[in-house]
Design a protein around this ligand. Structure first.
Ligand code: FAD
Ligand code: NAI
Length: 471
């Protein structure tokens, strides 16, 4: 091994958490190295998560729309054919462009990029098994763990990424399966289920709970979204648990059990997508060797300044507490470097938006109606349907609504929940309003351009304390 070199900061993991921390540290003038084993920067998000899934979602939506939604628009099309290889190539091009872009930003900000697998040798030294062979080690005054997460496996169903797949396999299937069963109706299940359903697979989503969308989605919005997805051809079995699977035959057989209201039965599938959540990834890191604490779910335990029980070792992103979202990881990365450099930093966990990129999108921020009920918090509701929004009407894309929750006494915004076209963009406005402690009246009295979808947002705000004009 070559001689260990001391850095101000060593970061293990070059995903969104790690690479953003590295760039920020470089900007702050720190001597920083980032270790990444994948051979490309950007982590799960850029390589096998956010970015490739959004590419497939966008292009499968266009394909599906051309097949089913052109006539009423006055567009007659001839033969429409799917070129799956090209669809995948377009995805790969977006991914490569973005991951290479981060390498450029590393250079620009003086970050040393070490391609290999990092393991703690002691509290300050990380040994790296280099991807190209050989070993090196780096010593850090400070270290950040940003090793991310991995798909939670389903006991008894071995993942081969061909027939039994995680999201990673779902991003690169080489042909459209006739039938696909998705275990878990959370965000991954619904996004990837949408992609393959649009491309022609018969998709069935089996969800243990009695609502889709995973944790946090407002129940009313979840029901509305499910109804729309069902119309698009996705079949749902809610309140139903997959208990076991058999992959020995031509078709995979899954045994289902009633959880709440569902029924016992066996179903067949050509491909099974396991999407039952993700878990923190710390394999091979050597945390036990240096005595860094993890909790019962494997999450690295941190304090409010992202410090582990070894204060010079911090931890951010999916591998620690909080929602497993790229933008949450990014906020934590900036805050962690600010804590290191300046002694203060901040992430407002009450204002982190969530977006499900189906069509229409579902997006929310703040508390849901069921959260408020559970905590006995009084609230007022204002809603506005896209069917009454002029832009949605001109776009012939009117499904969904904006729902706003506000404090009945102060009118302060408590939560915003949207199912509808471009909900993922619109939620930025809601997040800003929440961050600034806006009231629903503040939003309603802000002039919004006409005709835009955002007017539905303004009118839902109006409906929270008075009446909407157009509904
Ligand atoms: P990761 O991105 O997992 O990065 C960790 C990196 O550390 C990995 O590249 C890994 O190779 C590396 N690593 C691990 N151990 C070592 C080691 N010992 N040595 C060296 N390197 C190591 N979030 C959103 O906000 N929006 C979305 O649209 C979205 N879509 C998603 C779609 C899918 C299919 C999936 C799976 C996830 C999606 N997510 C999305 C979640 C998002 O990808 C994660 O929240 C985000 O990637 C977390 O960033 P991270 O840096 O904490 O971890
Ligand atoms: P999830 O936690 O969102 O959903 C998993 C679902 O599986 C839950 O609803 C759960 O009840 C269900 N389930 C668990 N065991 C089951 C069983 N045996 N039978 C039937 N259902 C079962 O997890 P998911 O969808 O795997 O996604 C993981 C994380 O990745 C998300 O929580 C999110 O943080 C991130 N992600 C974010 C995206 C975005 O922001 N657009 C896109 C994709 C992933």
């Amino acid at each position: 091994a070559s001689q260990a070199e001391e850095k101000d900061l060593v970061i293990i993991g070059g995903g969104v958490a790690g690479y953003v921390a590295a760039i920020k540290a470089g900007q702050e003038g720190m001597k920083v190295a980032c270790i990444e084993k994948r051979g490309a920067l950007g982590g799960t998000c850029l390589n096998v998560g956010c970015i490739p899934s959004k590419s497939l979602l966008n292009n499968s939506h266009i394909y599906h729309q051309i097949l089913h939604d052109t006539k009423p628009r006055g567009i007659e099309v001839g033969d429409v054919k799917l070129n799956l290889a090209q669809l995948m190539k377009a995805k790969d091009t977006s991914v490569t462009g973005l991951t290479k872009g981060i390498e450029f930003l590393f250079k620009k900000n003086g970050v040393e990029y070490i391609k290999g697998t990092g393991t703690f040798a002691d509290e300050h030294t990380v040994n790296v098994e280099l991807n190209d062979g050989g070993e090196t080690s780096v010593v850090g005054k400070n270290i950040i763990i940003a090793t991310g997460s991995e798909a939670t496996p389903f006991p008894g169903l071995e993942i081969d990424e061909k027939r039994v797949i995680t999201s990673t396999g779902a991003l690169s299937l080489q042909k459209v399966p006739e039938s696909m069963v998705v275990i878990g109706g959370g965000i991954i299940g619904l996004e990837m289920g949408s992609v393959w359903s649009r491309l022609g697979a018969k998709v069935t989503v089996v969800e243990f709970l009695d609502q889709i969308g995973g944790p946090g989605m407002d129940t009313e919005i979840s029901k509305m979204s499910q109804k729309i997805l069902k119309k698009q051809g996705i079949n749902f079995k809610l309140g139903t648990k997959v208990v076991s699977g058999d992959t020995s035959g031509d078709k995979i057989k899954l045994q289902l059990d009633a959880a709440k209201g569902g029924k016992e039965e066996t179903i067949d599938a050509d491909v099974v997508l396991v999407a039952i959540g993700r878990r923190p990834y710390t394999a091979g890191l050597g945390l036990d060797k240096i005595g860094v604490d993890v909790d019962e779910r494997g999450r690295v335990v941190i304090d409010s300044e992202y410090r582990t029980n070894k204060p010079h070792i911090r931890c951010i992103g999916d591998v620690t507490f909080g929602p497993m979202l790229a933008h949450k990881a990014e906020e934590e990365a900036v805050a962690a470097i600010e804590y290191l450099k300046k002694g203060y930093g901040h992430v407002n966990y009450a204002a982190i938006p969530s977006v499900m990129y189906t069509h229409p999108e579902v997006a929310w921020v703040g508390q849901s109606e069921q959260d408020l009920k559970k905590d006995n918090i009084k609230y007022r509701v204002g809603t506005f349907p896209f069917s009454a929004n002029s832009r949605a009407k001109t776009n012939l894309d009117t499904e969904g609504m904006v729902k706003m929750l506000a404090d009945p006494e102060t009118d302060r915004l408590l939560g915003v929940h949207i199912v509808g076209p471009n909900a993922g963009e619109m939620i930025a406005e809601a997040t800003l309003a929440l961050e600034y402690g806006a009231s629903s009246e503040d939003i309603a009295r802000t002039c919004h351009a006409h005709p835009t979808l955002a007017e539905a947002f303004k009118e839902a705000a109006m409906a929270t304390y008075a009446k909407a004009i157009h509904y």
